[in-house]
Design a protein around this ligand. Structure first.
Ligand SMILES: Cc1cc2nc3c(=O)[nH]c(=O)nc-3n(C[C@H](O)[C@H](O)[C@H](O)COP(=O)(O)OP(=O)(O)OC[C@H]3O[C@@H](n4cnc5c(N)ncnc54)[C@H](O)[C@@H]3O)c2cc1C
Length: 450
C-alpha cells in the first residue's frame, strides 16, 4: 500500500515576527500556467489563496490559512526595451535581483525604498515608497500588470486596457488576483550624490518645505529624545556637477561601507538596542548618545546603492502618510508624547516625502504627503507608543502604510480614501467569492459583500 505524503504544515512567519500563519497547503509555481492551475485547484478544494512576497510586511497582509503561493521560483526579467525604458519582470523577482538586471541594461528604477529584499509584487501591493517630493511610490513606476484572476484566467491591465483594474491593482493588497508580471517604466542608470549630516531637528522642521523642494530625495531620522536629526539629501549628479574643477566625492571604499553600514549601523546599533532591552531605564540616554554621535558623510554611487542599506536589527514599525503641511504638528505632538510613555523608545523616527498620485489605495492618493515612520526594537513593548502615534495622525487624516502596523478598519479607511468603494466594486467584479481573501483584508476592506 502506498503511503499518503504527509501534509505540509510549515508555519509562515514574517520578518518582524509580528505575524504567523499555518497555511493548509503550499504551492511553488514556476510558470504562469502553474499559478493559474494553483488558483483553480484552490477553488476546487474550497480554499483561499495568498501570494507570498518576502514576508517583509509587518502586518499580516500575506498571511493565509488557505493556499500559500510561494513565488520564489517565478523570477527574472522577461522583456526589456532600453529605448523606452519599459522592462517586464516576473512578480517574484526581488528588488535586489531586479536592480542587478537593470544595471546590466543601463537602466534603473527612478526611486526605491530603504531595502531591496522585497519581491516586486510584494512591494507594489502594499504601496512601498521611497522619498522625493517630485516622485510617487514604487507603484507610480508601473506601466502594466498581468494578473491571474480568481477563475484562473489571465488578464492584462494598463492605463489604456482595463483602466479601472489598473487603478486598483497597482496597490492592490493582493486582493484582486495574483500579479504574474509587472511592466515598469525605468530610467537610464544614474548616480546619486549623497549628503548626510546632523542638523538640529528644529532647524529641519523650519526649513522642511525648502529641503523637500530643493533635493531630489530628502529625508531625516530623528531619535525622539535627542535634538539632532540626521538629514539625508540624495541628488542626481547632473552634467553641470561634473564641470572641471568641481569636486565630486568618490564612492565609499568597500572597507568604509562595511564599517559604517554593517559595523556601526547594524552590529553597533544592535548592541545598543540589546543593552536597552536588558536595561530599559538606560534607553533615553542611549538614544541621546546615538543622536550625539551622528556624523556627516558625502559620497557618490549608483542610485540603488545609495537608496538601499542593509537592515539587520529587527524592529516593529508603523508608518502613516500625512498631508505635507501637517508634519510640524505631528512631530511636535510626538515630541511631547514620547517622554511620557511608560516604556521608552529605542529606535529613531523616519520622515520622508512623496508627490501626489492617482492610484486608488495609494497612501499618496490625491495629496502631497509626508511619511512619518515610528519603530521599536524587537522584544520591547510598542503598543502604547503606536496607539499614541495613531491618535496623533488621526487628527490630520493620516493614512497607514498597508504593510506596517496599524489598527484601522474599513469604516475608517473608507473616509480616508475617496475611491475606496470603487476599489471594493472592482474587487467584487474580479473576485466575487473572495478567493484572495484573508483576515487582514476582511478588516481593512470589510466584508466581501457590498
Ligand atoms: C526592514 C524593512 C524596511 C522597509 N522599508 C520600507 C521602505 O523604505 N518603504 C516602504 O514603503 N516600505 C518599507 N518596508 C515595508 C515593505 O516594503 C512592504 O511591507 C512590502 O510589502 C514587503 O514586500 P514583500 O515582498 O516582503 O511582501 P509581503 O510582505 O510578503 O507581502 C505583501 C503583500 O503583497 C501581496 N503579494 C505578494 N506577491 C504578490 C503577487 N504576486 N500578487 C499579488 N499580491 C502579492 C501579499 O499577499 C501581501 O498582501 C520595509 C519593511 C522592512 C521589514
Amino acid at each position: 500500500m502506498r503511503s499518503q505524503p504527509a501534509p505540509d504544515r510549515r508555519v509562515w512567519r514574517n520578518w518582524a515576527g509580528t505575524a504567523t500563519a499555518t497555511p493548509a497547503q503550499w504551492s511553488r509555481p514556476r510558470s504562469e500556467a502553474e499559478i493559474s492551475a494553483a488558483v483553480k485547484a484552490a477553488a476546487a478544494a474550497g480554499l483561499t489563496v495568498r501570494a507570498l512576497g518576502s514576508g517583509h510586511s509587518f502586518t499580516a497582509a500575506a498571511a493565509t490559512s488557505g493556499v500559500a503561493l510561494d513565488l520564489s521560483g517565478w523570477t527574472g526579467v522577461t522583456a526589456a526595451d532600453t529605448g523606452t525604458g519599459l522592462v517586464t519582470a516576473r512578480s517574484g523577482t526581488t528588488l535586489r535581483a531586479l536592480n542587478a538586471e537593470l544595471t546590466g541594461l543601463g537602466l534603473a528604477m527612478a526611486n526605491l525604498g530603504d531595502i531591496d529584499v522585497q519581491t516586486l509584487a510584494g512591494a507594489l501591493s502594499t504601496g512601498t515608497h521611497g522619498t522625493g517630493a517630485r516622485l510617487g511610490g514604487l507603484a507610480t513606476q508601473v506601466e502594466a500588470l498581468e494578473l491571474v484572476l480568481a477563475d484562473g484566467s489571465v488578464t492584462t491591465c494598463s492605463a489604456s486596457s482595463r483602466p479601472e483594474l489598473f487603478s486598483a491593482a497597482r496597490v492592490g493588497l493582493g486582493a484582486l488576483g495574483v500579479i504574474s508580471t509587472v511592466t515598469l517604466r525605468c530610467v537610464p542608470s544614474f548616480t546619486l550624490l549623497a549628503d548626510e549630516r546632523p542638523v538640529p531637528v528644529d532647524e529641519v522642521l523650519e526649513q522642511f518645505d525648502e529641503l523637500a523642494a530643493a533635493n531630489d530625495h530628502f529625508e531625516f531620522y530623528w531619535f525622539p529624545y535627542g535634538r539632532q536629526a540626521l538629514v539625508k539629501r540624495n541628488n542626481r549628479l547632473a552634467g553641470r556637477d561634473r564641470a572641471p574643477g568641481t569636486r565630486i566625492p568618490p564612492a565609499l571604499p568597500a572597507w568604509r561601507r562595511f564599517w559604517e553600514f554593517e559595523v556601526m549601523e547594524n552590529a553597533g546599533f544592535g548592541a545598543l538596542c540589546r543593552l536597552g532591552r536588558a536595561r530599559p531605564r538606560l534607553i533615553p540616554a542611549l538614544n541621546r548618545f546615538s543622536s550625539a554621535v551622528l556624523s556627516a558623510r558625502t559620497y557618490t554611487d549608483a542610485s540603488y546603492r545609495v537608496f538601499v542599506t542593509p537592515r539587520r536589527v529587527r524592529f516593529a514599525e508603523s508608518e502613516y502618510a500625512v498631508p505635507r503641511e501637517s508634519l510640524g504638528h505631528v512631530i511636535a505632538e510626538l515630541r511631547r508624547a514620547v517622554p511620557r510613555l511608560a516604556d521608552p523608545v529605542m529606535f529613531p523616527v523616519e520622515v520622508r516625502v512623496a508627490a501626489a498620485d492617482d492610484i486608488w489605495l495609494s497612501t499618496g492618493y490625491g495629496r502631497e504627503s509626508a511619511y512619518v515612520a515610528i519603530h521599536q526594537y524587537t522584544g520591547l513593548p510598542y503598543q502604547a507608543y503606536f496607539d499614541r502615534f495613531e491618535a496623533i495622525v488621526a487628527e490630520v487624516a493620516g493614512r497607514p502604510h498597508w504593510g506596517k502596523l496599524h489598527s484601522l478598519d474599513a469604516g475608517r479607511l473608507r473616509s480616508l480614501y475617496p475611491r475606496f468603494d470603487d476599489f471594493r466594486r472592482v474587487r467584487a467584479e474580479v473576485d466575487p467569492e473572495g478567493r484572495f481573501g484573508n483576515a487582514y483584508l476582511a478588516r481593512v476592506l470589510g466584508s466581501h459583500d457590498l
